[in-house]
Write a protein that binds this ligand. Structure first.
Ligand code: UDP
Length: 337
């Protein structure tokens, strides 16, 4: 099978490329290298089935050609990271909205099954105990940067869903809940690599807000195999599916855990959201996934706890070596969904 991976030089995209190549597929990456990096793909440079195209997902002709040659498309290219979205609102909107439309339209035109990566941001401020795929979205004003990103990703899902439903071309929407692991950069805001880098450097750990806000971090090594399994599962077609972890923690708790695991003497500091992200920024206080749909569809069960996830990031930072070990469940299920 030939897969096109948009955003394949990014954090999740590059792990997906590793996984697809290991499964014996051919992979073509398209990435504009805005936030992704060739270093994430260095290990694939010599693979005969691998190729890289530096380009823009808004480029109609390029996308049409690449998609026409593919058997599957994984669309992960997006403007991501809170700092990036706040600093480049128009470019982010165009990429996240028109870029996705361009990919999906090409996939449907050439009848190529496609996956569109979405995000738990689409739930907005809904802090329910275990967000299910059909739960409500609770947004603030779309003129606030955070919600403009959430609104664009919500529309991406709709574009993917409606095209899939009308054309009959298989489509899966994956909603990632704070997926973390080696290669993720903290440059654009993601909290875990930021805290790890700060703790390793002995610098202050920068908690934003009170630190009472809670998140549940999922391992990229759990999430990536689930993506390819979903694309092989007709019951998953034309659905949005949550993917994430199990272990919930406050951001202050995360700071403490990182400091302890690294044995760092970094102090923990507190910064107002406005100072961290600019005027009008709103955070969500809690976000916790219900991944039981993925469980029923593909036997998804996160296997890596937070300490193992943090440990794999620390090891990678310290040694450049990625520890992917740990049981990965591959149980398929035919249970009714
Ligand atoms: N955060 C923080 N310090 C940082 C970066 C982020 O306290 O240096 C907070 C951020 O305000 C949010 C949480 O950590 O409450 C998760 O942030 P991230 O951007 O990783 O993910 P998201 O907000 O999209 O869940």
């Amino acid at each position: 099978m030939k897969a096109v991976v948009t955003g394949g030089a990014g954090f999740i995209g590059s792990h997906l490329c590793d996984h697809l190549i290991a499964q014996g597929h051919q992979v073509t990456v398209i990435d504009d290298l805005s936030t992704g990096s060739m270093a994430n793909l260095a290990q694939l440079g010599e693979e005969p089935g691998f190729s890289f195209v530096q380009g823009d997902i808004l480029d109609h002709e390029l996308i049409d050609r690449l998609v026409s040659e593919a058997d599957t498309v994984y669309h992960l290219a997006a403007a991501v990271g809170v700092y990036n979205i706040v600093d480049n609102p128009l470019r982010s909107l165009r990429i996240n909205l028109h870029g996705t439309e361009n990919i999906v339209e090409a996939a449907v035109r050439h009848r190529v099954p496609y996956m569109v990566a979405s995000t738990s941001e689409v739930y907005g401020k809904n802090d329910a105990d275990g967000l299910k795929e059909d739960d409500d979205r609770i947004y603030g004003s779309p003129t606030k940067s955070r919600w403009s990103y959430a609104a664009a990703k919500g529309l991406d899902e709709l574009v993917a869903y409606v095209h899939g439903a009308e054309s009959g071309v298989p489509c899966v929407i994956t909603r990632f809940f704070n997926v973390v692991g080696p290669r993720q950069t903290g440059r654009y805001g993601m909290v875990v690599p930021r805290f790890v880098d700060q703790a390793l450097a002995g610098e202050p750990i920068t908690v934003y807000g009170t630190g009472a806000q809670r998140r549940c971090f999922g391992s990229v090594f759990d999430v990536v195999p689930a993506m390819t399994r979903l694309m092989d599962t007709p019951q998953a077609f034309n659905r949005a599916v949550n993917l994430g972890g199990r272990e919930e923690i406050s951001i202050k708790g995360l700071a403490d855990r990182v400091v302890e695991l690294i044995g760092s003497d970094s102090p923990i500091t507190y910064t107002d959201y406005e100072q961290a992200y600019g005027t009008g920024y709103e955070d969500m206080q809690r976000r916790y996934p219900d991944t039981s749909l993925a469980g029923r569809l593909i036997g998804y069960e996160p296997t890596r706890g937070l300490d193992a996830i943090i440990g794999s990031i620390v090891d990678h930072r310290r040694t450049g070596f990625e520890v992917t070990a740990g049981p990965v469940k591959t149980t398929a299920t035919t249970a009714p969904v």
